[in-house]
Design a binder for this molecule. Structure first.
Ligand code: NAD
Length: 332
């Protein structure tokens, strides 16, 4: 039983091989993204396993179906890169990992925030050069600040709890309100109020057809001067051109992004010897108050173990003709 595993990295192989003991699945690891250019390599396979930047379009799905593929397994939570209707039309089952250590992503969002508000990225470099001056390192307390959270699902909820622990006032917007969070002291408000009131805004909603460029020049205009924005969710939620303008105008005081709208051409690769053609990421990285990490929020030992176990478990069940134990893993 073969599975083609796209966008494979050495660490993927470590974790998937570790947990692929009794499944009977033979994994063919490929380091390229899945897309129309490569789909013809899939042969004699029951499944393909994909990640955030693989393009699983209707065209790709039609070709996979023609080759007899029965399962598309996303080893991530977000599924905006898969045409679910096309999969359904071809009778292909699609599974994902809806929850794998939401704390991993929430804690990374907090790490970005704490780096930016206390300038520890600057301090780290400075003391290595024996410069022990504090000039230019003035930060701000999180305690007492208004933190706005958009999307209070598993990750947003974990993030809210940490922020409450810091003594922040937390306001949130979600299409569904979470009763536990309300009891803990989170106040649900409109999306517009989150934008208007918050000193810090963190995005934890999925990217959907309705919220592409949620952060744009109009929504940025609603925000406080010097607002701190954190995006660990999906790059397409933020209009990069507009955020660059807002940084130049000092409207945005700090920006932390773990995701970027053009990330599939950059992230998860070592491009240190290359010429980067993407001027927007270069401009972003030139700001002293912008922190970019390359989609690493999920990247903990705990999360990778869970991703491999849940993905392999779902595929093994589907191959046997059974539904996975956790039905939330099934998208189609
Ligand atoms: P989740 O499904 O548990 O929660 C998402 C929440 O967003 C839900 O409560 C939902 O009601 C809400 N929501 C949906 N549309 C919304 C909208 N338009 N406005 C406001 N809220 C909306 O998902 P999760 O596990 O918390 O993950 C959230 C997102 O984080 C994922 O969709 C994914 O894009 C991203 N993510 C990033 C990484 C990373 O490594 N950077 C890892 C995992 C997930």
């Amino acid at each position: 039983m073969k599975m083609f595993f796209f966008s494979a990295k050495p660490y993927d192989k470590v974790f998937f091989d570790r947990y692929n003991k009794d499944t009977g699945i033979e994994i063919e690891y490929l380091d390229t993204h899945l897309g129309p250019h490569i789909v013809n390599v899939v042969e004699d396979a029951v499944a393909v396993c994909v990640f955030v930047n693989d393009k699983v379009t209707a065209d790709v799905i039609a070709q996979l179906a023609a080759k007899g593929v029965k399962i598309i397994a996303l080893r991530c939570a977000g599924f905006n890169n898969v045409d679910l209707n096309a999969a359904k039309a071809h009778g292909i089952r699609v599974c994902r990992v809806p929850a794998y250590s939401p704390e991993a992503v929430a804690e990374h969002a907090v790490a970005m925030l704490l780096t930016l508000n206390r300038k520890t990225h600057k301090a780290y470099n400075r003391v290595r050069e024996q410069n022990f001056s504090l000039n230019g390192l003035l930060g701000f307390n999180l305690h007492g600040k208004m933190v706005g959270v958009i999307g209070t699902g598993k990750i947003g909820k974990a993030f809210c709890k940490i922020m409450l622990g810091f003594g922040c006032t937390v306001v949130a917007y979600d299409i569904y309100e979470d009763a536990d969070l309300k009891l803990l002291g989170v106040t649900y408000v409109t999306q517009q109020e989150v934008m208007q009131k918050s000193d810090v805004i963190s995005l934890h909603c999925p990217l959907t057809a309705d919220n592409h460029y949620l952060i744009n020049k109009d929504t940025l205009a609603l925000m406080k001067e010097g607002v701190t924005l954190i995006n660990t969710s999906r790059g397409g939620l933020v209009c990069t051109a507009d955020i660059i303008d807002a940084l130049k105008q000092h409207k945005v005081g700090h920006l932390g992004i773990d995701v970027y709208e053009q990330e599939e051409k950059l992230f998860f690769r070592d491009l240190s010897q290359d010429i980067i053609e993407d001027d927007m990421i270069q401009r972003l990285m030139s700001f002293p108050n912008v922190l970019v990490t390359a989609h690493q929020a999920f990247f903990t030992n705990e999360a990778l173990s869970q991703i491999a176990q849940i993905t392999l478990g779902s595929i093994a069940s589907l191959i046997k003709g059974q539904e996975p134990e956790d039905l939330a893993t099934l998208l189609v």
